[in-house]
Design a protein around this ligand. Sequence first.
Ligand SMILES: Nc1ncnc2c1ncn2[C@@H]1O[C@H](COP(=O)(O)OP(=O)(O)OP(=O)(O)O)[C@@H](O)[C@H]1O
Ligand SMILES: [Mg+2]
Length: 408
Amino acid sequence: MKNQDIQNLIRTLQVLVVGPSPEFAGELEAALLAATEARVSLRSTADFSEAAGASRARLPDVVCIELGSDAAKLRDFVAGLRVLAPDLPFVGIHASVRETSASAPDVLVEAVRSGFLDVIERPISSADLRRVMPQIIAAARARETAGRVVVFHSTKGGVGKSTLSVNVACGLARLRPGRVLLIDASLQLGVCAVALDLPGKSTVADAARERDRLDERLIRELAEPHDCGLRVLASPRDPIDAADVDDEALARIIAIGRRAFDYVIVDTLPTVDGTMLTILDLADQIYLVNQGTVPDVIGAARLMQTLDELDIAPGRRAVVLNRNLPPFAGALTAAEVGDRLGTEVDYEIPHDKKVLTALNLGEPRVLRASTRFGWGRAMRELVEDVDALHAEAPEEDQGLSAHVEDTL
Ligand SMILES: Nc1ncnc2c1ncn2[C@@H]1O[C@H](COP(=O)(O)OP(=O)(O)OP(=O)(O)O)[C@@H](O)[C@H]1O
Ligand SMILES: [Mg+2]
């Protein structure tokens, strides 16, 4: 591959390094710089648990692991990351067989079983890395062009998540027919199909049952089309149907969905359980919805804290103040909501009583509303910003033009 191709192909390559020995990252860095013309950013972690946290904050393009002796821990770590990114490449690095610290044979076997691209012997040579570089670059390129995952979430019910998910999805689908998938992940009480007047023939549970053979073609076939150009995976039909959907299945559906579509919009329930955390981890953009009442703003502030604890970068979240209640005396202003949340309100969606009528008629308001003023205009801005998530260079290069970020 020509150097120029590499430059055109990808942004800075994000390399996650897992290795307890301090000199390991330095050795890998030197070999990587010699092995590729691509810009490289290394993030060094000492163990699997630190590496799992770092991946949650920002998914790497490749994980390079200094292989130790614990095969079970290696298997669990790889399996955990594969839930978030099924195509993530792993490279194992082990001490030369002559060294006393050489990796235990069962760890090497596990690396092969776990589908590592390669296992390289130390000292790391750039020639060995060069061999795996094309596959790493191809995987990074696939991620770069993959669809964006957009999640609407709140800790309080009834604030407008489903209304926003459905209307943003429809508004976007009108711009990008056939390129938007709406997933109703409010697994037991989903309303998206009803709001779109769709029979809900294909549900998230149907896709979950097909998890092993789910691919781009199948997910496109399963998703129900709406006239505006949207495709929908409705929520399960009942709690028994929902029982087939676990966080791994949902992660797989989202991961395949982002390969098949430019945008995957996810409507959620007001809970923070394992499934929800997986969805949040996978989101490129999380819209935190509140309706501007004191209790729900307090809930939203707690959710912000949770996202901080999960290391979900502020750049991946935006606050939506959705005025789903008619104006009332003492309502919090956007500035007051922002103060309580410790961050600005990014979008304020005005109250519009036709939103409810549209929902009852199964005809999303966004498909009829004027985009010049009021609710329709606010929605247009939101839709345009979601649209820009895909056109944008993913995760701005944040000054990473330097060859290696000094997080070592
Ligand atoms: N901007 C708005 N103006 C007027 N009504 C609105 C607006 N946004 C939402 N609503 C109404 O608010 C109600 C709750 O909205 P919605 O069902 O979307 O909330 P939700 O957060 O998805 O609820 P749940 O947590 O139960 O899933 C609905 O009746 C909807 O029509
Ligand atoms: Mg809802």
